[in-house]
Design a protein around this ligand. Sequence first.
Ligand code: SAH
Length: 235
Amino acid sequence: MVGWIIPPPKPPIKSKSKLLIEKQKKIVWLKNQGFLKSKRIEDAMLKVPRELFVPYFYRDHTYEELPFPLPGKNSTISCPHSYPMFYEAINLTKGDNFLEVGTGSGYGAVLAREIVGSLGRVTTIEIDSATIQYARQIINTFNYHNLYVIKGDGGNGYEVHAPYDKICITVACPKIPPPLIAQLKEGGTLITPCLTTRPIQDLIVLEKHKDGTIIKRVVEKVLYVLLQGDYATEI
Ligand code: SAH
């Protein structure tokens, strides 16, 4: 993986209570660093056990700022800070109809489901068969009625549940796929890493205003795996 030194895999030895203490410290750190601002996202992070989503042999490193490889060709569970960074930037809120492109481990989708609550809806799309199998097996243990895990090319979105209040693309795109902009509600917000510069990418927030105007702004520099499928190359 470019940009990080990943520790060697080994069987985990940390207890549940040790991981809980590490999680609480991580939340304080995320707040101090400015990644985590709102109580609702903090509550969701406290509630969801990230260690369940981290591959077994990396579990002791759950609360370190490292991405870990997942089953699948190019899949990772992103660093802990990336989730509040994305969700604060789009102001993910209770009741939102939310779409995630790139399920990965499923951690981001479950966290989002905790934020949008039982009246919202989360749809997450994953292109890789091995990755989606891994994610489904974990997500199913949560028994949510309103979290949908879809196998497919997220560049084309998921028309069935559109329009979306918020869309999160967790892979780097050469250009924001037009179907995703089309499936965003007027008044909605989308966030995505974009390959405007390489290898470090611009994290872009796109707002679709009520009159249809599109406003984009760069909020951070990030490093994500690349989008696959129909919109993998410049269009
Ligand atoms: N949301 C997760 C995953 C990040 S890794 C997290 O933040 O931890 C990105 C994932 O996107 C990988 O699992 C990869 O297989 C998937 N992916 C890449 N291109 C995709 C596409 N066109 N549609 C759906 N998923 C895609």
